[in-house]
Design a protein around this ligand. Structure first.
Ligand code: PEP
Ligand code: MN
Length: 344
């Protein structure tokens, strides 16, 4: 068995000494053990390493129930390693994954205290628990508004704290990870950076949850491999986001791959978020696509809202007016209830 890509399923209620003996054996064989303690089962993922492991080595050890080979190229992200849905609890207690549905909303970019405050108050009133907003913006044109940088991060923190919200914001470079992690509760890796492996490693080295967006031209497997980069550094709080992919269709900005939602849920235990704003690029389509995402099984939604969309410095056309967002939250609650999820 090459590279030791196996999972060792321990017997229920295995004593610590037996588990430790297995972990030690993995390490002495030159691989890294990853522990997943579920309610029912303790699983040891044997990931990486260049030595070959015969499954019999572990099968013969006391406390081991069975050893299986992980066939997917992604390991820690797969359901083989972590069978139960993962739940990410943010600093304000909001949960992404599990029975509830989490709505993250706010402006595309932080523009000013007034703009952020007015928008955040509106989305909080409507029931959003997480404030989104870009301080570092990945703009297509170098001449477009690039974000307020550190000032934007501080505004996000202040405004969110006043409202009891958590903050999710994008980090563009490995050098900025420390600073963004200082102010934000969740680090967003944008679509254009999904395959920026040094950034993935850098966010994987923090203790902050990560919202990883699917690349414009990335397959589901490539998205899960990007998640694997973060997970294998020891950060197990990763959510993946379907935000639309590029197709021949040009009536919308991108095409939301609704199939990806149940496919991701099947292959992986990571929470799945749908972004109806960037996928459509049109405020009038955000509602229907948000509802479809929830119906398909998304654990969360990422929605752009602006207190005054016509004045927005970025993505105004897809930003919801606070009143439209309020109405959407009501619709989302009804769809969530219809598919057996707790209302947001
Ligand atoms: C965003 O959510 O702010 C963003 C830039 O989205 P994406 O990376 O999906 O384009
Ligand atoms: Mn945007």
């Amino acid at each position: 068995m090459r590279g030791g890509h196996v999972v060792i399923i321990m017997q229920a209620n295995v004593p610590d000494e037996l588990l430790e003996a297995v972990l030690a054996r993995v390490e002495s064989g030159g691989a890294r053990p990853h522990l997943s303690r579920g309610i029912e089962r303790t699983i040891v993922g044997v990931i990486g390493g260049d030595r070959e492991f015969e499954p019999e080595i572990f099968e013969a050890m006391p406390g081991v129930e069975r050893v299986i080979r992980i066939l997917h190229p992604f390991k820690l992200a797969s359901r083989d390693f972590h069978a139960e849905d993962r739940v990410i609890t943010l600093a304000n207690g909001a949960r992404l994954g599990g029975p509830g549905l989490l709505v993250m909303a706010g402006p595309c970019a932080v523009e000013s205290r007034e703009q952020l405050q007015a928008t955040a108050e509106a989305v909080a009133r409507a029931g959003a628990k997480v404030l989104r907003g870009g301080a570092f913006k990945p703009r297509t044109s170098p001449y477009s508004f690039q974000g307020l940088g550190e000032k934007g991060l501080m505004l996000l923190r202040e405004v969110a704290d006043e409202l009891g919200m958590a903050v999710v914001t994008e980090v563009l470079t490995p050098e900025d990870v420390g600073e963004v992690a200082c102010h934000a509760d969740m680090l967003q890796v944008g679509a254009r950076n999904m395959a920026n492996f040094s950034l993935l490693r850098a966010v994987g080295d923090t203790d902050r949850p990560v919202l990883l967006k699917r690349g414009l031209g990335a397959t589901v497997e490539e998205l899960l491999m990007a998640a694997e980069y973060i997970l294998c550094r020891g950060n197990d709080r990763v959510a993946v986001c379907e935000r639309g992919i590029r197709t021949f269709e040009n009536s919308t900005r991108f095409t939301l791959d609704i199939n990806a939602v149940p496919v991701l849920k099947q292959l992986s235990s990571l929470p799945v978020v749908v972004d109806p704003s960037h996928s459509t690029g049109r405020a009038d389509l955000v509602g229907p696509i948000a509802r479809a995402g929830v119906a398909a099984g998304a654990d969360g939604l990422l929605i752009e809202v602006h207190a005054n969309p016509t004045e927005a410095l970025s993505d105004g056309a897809q930003s919801l007016h606070p009143e439209a967002f309020l109405q959407l939250m009501d619709e989302i609650r009804r769809v969530a209830a219809a598919v057996g999820r707790q209302a947001a």
